[in-house]
Design a protein around this ligand. Structure first.
Ligand code: C2E
Ligand code: CA
Ligand code: CA
Length: 864
């Protein structure tokens, strides 16, 4: 099979849905966004803090710078005063307060103008010898006022010489920064001034940086809010530096500009807005993507399911293509094979390479040009199928059902299913449905079709169509006596013989057990038909060998002809049947042509049949009794019950008119019961030992529990069994001798008498008489009516009587109409007699009268 070209997709494994994927991606994206935002925020905070720190460091730098500058300025001013020479003279060599304070050389102006809170001169013995505190002359020692020792400072000042003879120090004086500068008083280079030996006095200036001064100092250097405070009051984040290096008790602090805070204040809300917008956008994006992903998922799923369905369908197609006997073909628009599937070779036994390129109709043949028509016809159906045959590789003809589908202008494609076996089976079924399984002859269906076909060719009076309805005589006996195998053999033989008697284009059919119908065309007329019938019967009557037996059967034939009798198949069949019926009635082994009146008889029969059903129900039947006498002494011994029917429109009907109908229709059982019951009832009223004789039909033997019915009749009426005689004919034994014997023995067991009726007319065999438990036999009327004075006739009667006697049977002669006949019978010592001469059949009342009359007569005779 050719594979459909498709991109080879990876096998469909478990797959993460777009929805999940998108959700994950978007969550990742959101997380990333958050991370970026956090990082930026951290960065902003970091930068802000850095800026703050830098600003703080800058502040500290400028505070230091301010203090240094102040310290330097203090030092410069101090040195100016200390190196003035006059100061050496007025405050070292002597302490001239007038010069110093009053003349304000080192007096209040230093406080007022320069802001130095303390001006001290410490003598060589380190005692304060001049002091001006906050512009006021004082005697307070410098260390006391400062509350801080100054010895180290003094030492340092004195140790330095020249321009560097200066010592400055920043002191923490009770939480207030105090700048202290000390410099030795230097003598001027004036030769008039003598320089003392020993340590010089030291001039000390104190610049107390009170809050306002400190604030102003800071501002001078761009540092706002500079102030001093105890270290403990410092708040975290407050810019600060130790007031004095190594002293942690006090600190300087200032208002640091916090550029980082501005940055953060400016950026963080902005970023917040950005984050919010970002969040909103993400949410929106998330929702959209979610939706898109859902849609994508749905479509993917549907795609997936349709792909799965497609894959399944492909797999299914492959499986089917490989498993079935079908092969696939394609032809181009010129109807030449372009493709044949692999299975083509397996199924057909042909090679693909040889067939590709060949026109399709060179391989496949349909009835007529059906294939070409189907493919070429513009109004072909979109899909069509056609039965085609081809010669397979093994040389045998095979049959395929071709399905055709157009490939939109590119030719056709389809499958070919091998249906050879199917067609063969169908043919077999069709054959069986039209043929008889046993003989192989056409059956009724086939015969009817054939007949209808022949009638269509319109037979003429000159060349009529002849229809023979043939029925085997005595076939049932073969089946019963020799078994069904023998029966089948006989039927097959007859079938063969019948066929041999006909031409090939005539028809012999078997339409029932032993019924055949023959249809013969182009006959010259009745004579030829009669000749044929004779030949058929002769053929059939030839002995048939069944094992060691020679079986003889014969046939009766009914003939109907078209167009003389009918032109319709069914009518023709019916008429042939009617004629057959007549032939059988006429004594079998013969033939009858259909005649119009036969039909009338049949119709009458049907009517009678219908009426008979009502007759039994509506009490239209009655019994007459015909007495039977002992010939010797003319004494009545009993009477035969004979049934009559008072038909509502046709009057009294004899049993010959309706007993056969009752036998055919099965009504005989109901009728027989009625007769038995009534006969026994009537006979029960007769004086002993008179008996009643009741006729039984052979059909009653075959069905309807005869023994129990007889038993019931006796029981119901109370008639003693020995007073009931049953008359039966030889045909009882003929149909089923074994079964009949058993039934007869059972009846005998009841105690009833059995008589063989119509002796001499049938196929009587002595063995029957010998082996069957009969009490008597009745010589058929035909022997009696032909009875004349002739010695021959008498001798037959004599022989029968002799036979009866030999077998201890009571022999009755019936149908005695003349005294002569009676005389002959008396002569041959026949036992009993019955006939119009002695008494016609009479009704029960009349018979009763006869019985009484006879009884009186006997009584009278006895009296005489
Ligand atoms: P079958 O048993 O042979 O009965 C004798 C027939 O001969 C009777 O005719 C009777 O009326 C007639 N018959 C008697 N004596 C003479 C005579 O001297 N001359 C002539 N020509 N005929 C005579 P039936 O009653 O018409 O019966 C005809 C047949 O019908 C009987 O023949 C019997 O086979 C049958 N049949 C009569 N009644 C019954 C019945 O109740 N059941 C059955 N199954 N068959 C019956
Ligand atoms: Ca009889
Ligand atoms: Ca009889």
């Amino acid at each position: 099979m050719r594979k459909t070209e498709r991109s080879t997709n990876p096998p469909m494994g478990p797959r993460t849905s777009n929805l999940t994927l998108t959700r994950n991606n978007l969550l990742g994206f959101s997380a990333m966004l958050l991370l970026i935002f956090t990082c930026v925020s951290a960065l902003v905070v970091y930068i802000g803090r850095e800026q703050n720190l830098r600003a703080e460091a800058e502040g500290a730098f400028y505070v230091s710078k301010a203090l240094q500058a102040r310290e330097r300025a203090l030092g410069v001013t101090l040195r100016d005063y200390a190196s003035l020479g006059e100061t050496y003279v007025h405050l070292h060599q002597q302490v001239d307060t007038d010069w110093a304070y009053a003349n304000d050389n080192l007096g209040p102006s230093l406080y007022r103008d320069r802001g130095f809170e303390g001006v001290f001169v410490v003598g060589p013995d380190n005692r304060t010898q001049y002091a001006v505190i906050e512009g006021q002359a004082s005697t307070t020692a410098v260390a006391d006022w400062l509350r801080h020792p100054v010895d180290a400072l003094l030492e340092q000042a004195r140790s330095n010489s020249g321009d560097t003879a200066l010592a400055t120090e920043l002191l923490n004086v009770q939480g207030v920064p105090v700048l202290v500068a000390a410099a030795p008083l230097l003598a001027a280079t004036d030769p008039h001034v003598t320089i003392d030996a020993g340590p010089p006095s030291v001039l000390i200036f104190v610049d107390r940086l009170a809050p306002s001064k400190l604030l102003a100092l800071g501002e001078e250097f761009g540092v706002q809010g500079l102030h001093a405070l105890p270290q403990a009051s410092l708040v975290p984040g407050m810019p600060a530096m130790p007031m004095v290096e190594g002293d942690l008790s006090a600190a300087l602090s200032w208002t640091a500009p916090r550029p980082g805070d501005y940055l953060m204040l400016a950026l963080i809300p902005l970023m917040g807005i950005c984050a919010l917008l970002g969040g909103l956008m993400t949410t929106r994006l998330l929702r959209r993507a979610h939706l898109a992903a859902s849609t994508l998922d749905a479509s993917y799923q549907s795609l997936q399911s349709s792909e799965a369905a497609l894959a399944a369908s492909e797999a299914r197609f492959r499986d089917v293509a490989e498993a079935s006997s079908d092969w696939i073909w394609e032809v181009d628009p010129q109807l030449r094979f372009t493709y044949l599937s692999e299975r083509f070779e397996t199924v057909t036994g042909l090679t693909r390479s040889e067939c590709i390129g060949r026109p399709i109709d060179s391989l496949l043949h349909a009835e007529g040009d059906a294939l070409g028509q189907l493919l070429r016809s513009p109004n072909r159906r979109a899909r069509a199928s056609l039965q085609c045959s081809y010669v397979a590789g093994d040389g045998l003809v095979r049959i395929s059902r071709l399905s055709v589908r157009e490939m939109s202008g590119r030719g056709f494609r389809g499958t070919a299913s091998d249906i050879t076996d199917e067609v063969a089976a169908q043919r077999r079924i069709a054959y069986l449905s039209e043929h008889d399984a046993l003989t192989g002859l056409p059956n009724r269906t086939r015969m009817q079709t054939f007949l209808e076909g022949r009638l269509k060719t319109v037979p003429t009076l000159k060349e009529p169509l002849v229809m023979l309805s043939l029925d085997l005589d005595r076939f049932k006996g073969v089946n019963d006596l020799l078994g069904h195998g023998a029966g089948d053999h006989v039927l097959n033989t007859v079938a063969r013989r019948l066929k041999q008697c006909l031409r090939d284009d005539d028809l012999v059919s078997r339409i029932g057990g032993d019924e055949f119908v023959l249809v013969i065309a182009a006959m010259t007329g009745q004579d030829e038909a009669e000749t044929l019938c004779k030949r058929l019967i002769d053929c059939i009557e030839q002995p048939i060998q069944v094992d060691e037996h020679e079986v003889y059967v014969s046939a009766s034939i009914g003939i109907a002809m078209a167009p003389a009798d009918a032109t319709e198949a069914n009518e023709l069949l019916r008429y042939a049947d009617i004629a057959l019926y007549e032939a059988k009635d006429a004594g079998r082994s013969t033939w009858r042509f259909y005649a119009g009146e036969m039909n009338a008889r049949i119709i009458e029969r049907r009517q009678l049949e219908h009426d008979l059903r009502n007759a039994i129900k509506h009490d239209q039947l009655s019994l007459v009794f015909q007495p039977r006498y002992r010939i010797d002494g003319r004494q009545m011994v009993g009477a035969e019950a004979l049934v009559r029917w008072r038909h509502p429109t046709r009057g009294w009907l004899p049993p010959d008119m309706f007993i056969p109908i009752a036998e055919e229709t099965g009504l005989i059982v109901a009728l027989g019961n009625w007769v038995l019951a009534n006969a026994c009832t009537v006979a029960a009223s007769w004086p002993e030992p008179l008996f009643v004789s009741v006729n039984l039909s052979p059909v009653e033997f075959q069905r309807g529990q005869l023994v129990s019915r007889v038993e019931t009749a006796l029981a119901n009426t109370g008639l003693r069994p020995s007073r009931l005689e049953l008359e039966l004919t030889e045909s009882v034994m003929l149909d089923d001798a074994k079964g009949a014997l058993q039934t007869l023995q059972e009846l005998k067991g009841l105690g009833v008498r059995l008589a063989l009726d119509d002796f001499g007319t049938g196929y009587s065999s002595l063995s029957y008489l010998r082996n069957f438990p009969f009490d008597g036999l009745k010589i058929d009327r035909s022997f009696i009516c032909e009875l004349t004075d002739s010695v021959d006739d008498q001798s037959i009667i004599q022989a029968i009587v002799g036979l009866g006697r030999a077998l201890s049977l009571t022999v009755t002669a019936e149908g005695i109409e003349t005294p002569e006949q009676l005389a002959v019978l008396e002569n041959v010592q026949c036992d009993e007699a019955q006939g119009y001469l002695l008494s016609r059949p009479v009704d029960a009342t009349t018979l009763f009268g006869l019985i009484r009359a006879e009884a009186l007569f006997r009584a009278g005779q006895a009296l005489e």
